[in-house]
Ligand binder design. Structure first.
Ligand code: GRF
Length: 211
């Protein structure tokens, strides 16, 4: 059994996709041991609790108020994760950059970003791609899953990427929703691949479900 720690700061729809893949039996030999959030109100925390997954809320503000460094925050995070014997850290909308303090302890950190490799890093990737398409600069956008081995943002060795078409009639909301659907599938596939566990195809796990 492989043990994941999923890190979130917000909605947690990618977390939900991983939970669903595990609970449906699609993603084999894998469990989410803990969900970590740096934001108290992150809806993803509720999703975890609904599925009986332990959660850790680890806010940064107290560290900033005491004038402590990112490394201090990360060192305590490492200590909080220690009991869970984590095989893979999965970032799913986690809005902080790890210091090397954390990455030395957890060299296997996977991130998902809603853009093709080398394009639109940062928080507004889909909006920026949409605007670039409207200006005629790009024909499509995409999604990538990559290793996060250092402090760089939304870059690192690419595990998987997939193009997502942009249609002339797309609203930003329509594009966002298409990008997120692709994310939800590609992240589960990438996690299975890096863990070396079986991922059933969606139709066969449907068939296996009782009732
Ligand atoms: C996703 O678009 C992901 O690619 C990016 O942050 C967003 C998180 O969405 N890193 P959610 O919280 O999983 O719904």
């Amino acid at each position: 059994m492989k043990h994941l720690a999923v890190f979130i700061s917000g909605t947690g729809s990618n977390l939900q996709a991983v939970i669903d893949a595990i609970e449906s039996g699609r993603l084999r030999d894998t469990g989410i041991s803990v969900v970590v959030s740096n934001r108290k109100g992150a809806p993803g925390l509720e999703r975890a609790q609904r599925h009986g997954i332990p959660t850790i809320y680890h806010p940064h503000l107290p560290y900033r108020q005491r004038g402590l460094a990112r490394e201090d925050y990360d060192r305590d995070l490492v200590a909080l994760l220690e009991p869970f014997a984590i095989d893979l850290v999965v970032l799913a909308g986690w809005m902080r950059i790890f210091s090397l303090e954390f990455l030395h302890h957890y060299p296997r950190v996977l991130n998902i970003h809603p853009a093709l490799p080398g394009t639109f890093p940062g928080m507004h990737a889909i909006e920026e791609a949409y605007a670039a398409y409207r200006r005629g600069e790009i024909p499509e956008t995409g999604v990538m899953v990559h290793w996060a081995p250092d402090e760089a943002v939304d870059s690192g060795p690419v595990v998987m990427s997939q193009a997502v078409p942009i249609l002339a009639e797309d609203t930003l909301e329509a594009l966002e929703s298409r990008v997120h659907s692709v994310e939800h599938e590609i992240y589960v596939r990438a996690i299975a691949q890096v863990l070396g566990v079986t991922l059933e195809d969606a139709s066969s796990s449907e068939r296996e479900r009782p009732g």
